[in-house]
Write a protein that binds this ligand. Structure first.
Ligand code: MEV
Length: 322
């Protein structure tokens, strides 16, 4: 038996733009997915037959593994599914660790991240950046870009054939002054409405073919992300917050916000350094950077959202037991 845990993620800057090569910055959060895998006589997930419509990521990973005996998977998660918290990436990462371990292979975080990214892409019509899977696997603060900004330390390169052509990314990590006194927290606010990553990514892809402004918005997100990165590196948290606000305006202009996201984002602004939607949008989660995490969490709950306070930095995926 193998048990693996992989955290969810919060994208601080750069969602959607990263699919087109612009930089993104994401951090692992303090909640995630646990997968328990045991060799078995049948392929099952939570006692039901493994099938590609319910568990496309696990199905893809098992089909692309060297396992020669079926596996029983059990999943427990404290992430909201389809909420921009990277639950499918965390599931893919934890499953891949378990599959690799059961196959007698190494569970190197880079290899795990690459396999999980391909599983994500297969489940999202071929379009997925490695942001969610790399952040879940590596933990900490992860930077993803076609050309990695100098502020980050390179970890690996990866690429993917997408319907729009081949995309290449470099994945790096960045040290964050998380032990500094006064480091703010992130608060995630779940709207209660699902966010369909594949659908939202496809919507942006359609939009940039018909609306030149959409491409400009993605380019602006890239520039805001570069400024935000510099601010994170120098622990200039008020500037990080301003950049988050600016990023949200661009995501909103791309049609990715919703009335509930706007309600939560606006409600927390008086107590936050910055707030924005996080992940694919169209529902899912918003996030705030704040020195008053309890107050922001209460505000989110009062407006009908579900809040989760997380430090800026949390560890990546691990094997829990054998
Ligand atoms: C989803 O968490 C982030 C997106 O940028 C999609 C991706 O990077 O694959 C919307």
């Amino acid at each position: 038996m193998v048990q693996a845990y992989a955290p969810g993620k919060a994208i601080i800057f750069g969602e959607h733009a990263v699919v087109y090569g612009h930089p993104a910055v994401a951090v692992a959060i303090n909640t995630g997915v646990k997968v328990t895998a045991t060799l078995n006589s049948k392929w099952t997930v939570d006692d039901r037959q493994l099938n590609s419509s319910q568990h496309p990521h696990i199905k893809w990973l098992t089909e692309n593994s060297s396992l020669n005996q079926p596996v029983r998977f059990r999943i427990t998660s404290d992430l909201h599914p389809a909420a921009g918290q990277g639950s499918s990436a965390a599931l893919s990462v934890a499953s891949q660790i378990a599959i690799a371990k059961l196959s007698g292979l190494a569970t190197d975080p880079v290899e795990v991240s690459k396999m999980a990214h391909m599983a994500e892409a297969a489940a999202q019509s071929g379009r997925a950046s490695p942001t969610d899977t790399a952040t879940s696997s590596l933990g900490g603060c992860v930077v993803v870009a076609r050309e990695l900004p100098k502020l980050a330390t390179k970890v690996f390169d990866t690429h993917l054939e997408t319907p729009e052509g081949k995309r290449s990314w470099t994945i790096g990590k960045m040290q964050v002054g998380e032990t500094d006194e006064g480091t703010p927290h992130l608060v995630l606010g779940y709207t209660g409405n699902p966010s369909h990553t594949g659908k939202m990514v496809a919507m942006v892809a359609d939009r940039i073919t018909s609306d030149p402004l959409a491409r400009e918005n993605l380019d602006s997100i890239g520039e805001i992300t570069s400024m935000g990165l510099l601010a994170i590196k120098s622990s200039a948290w008020d500037v990080v917050g301003m950049a988050m606000d600016a990023c949200h305006q661009k995501l909103r202009a791309l049609g990715l916000s919703t009335p509930m996201l706007e309600e939560l984002i606006t409600a927390v602004r008086p107590h936050s350094l910055g707030s924005k939607l996080t992940g694919a949008g169209g529902g899912g989660c918003m996030m705030a950077l704040t020195n008053e995490p309890e107050r922001v969490a209460q505000t989110i709950e009062m407006h009908g959202g579900k809040a989760n306070v997380t430090p800026i930095i949390s560890p990546g995926a691990v094997i829990l037991g054998l």
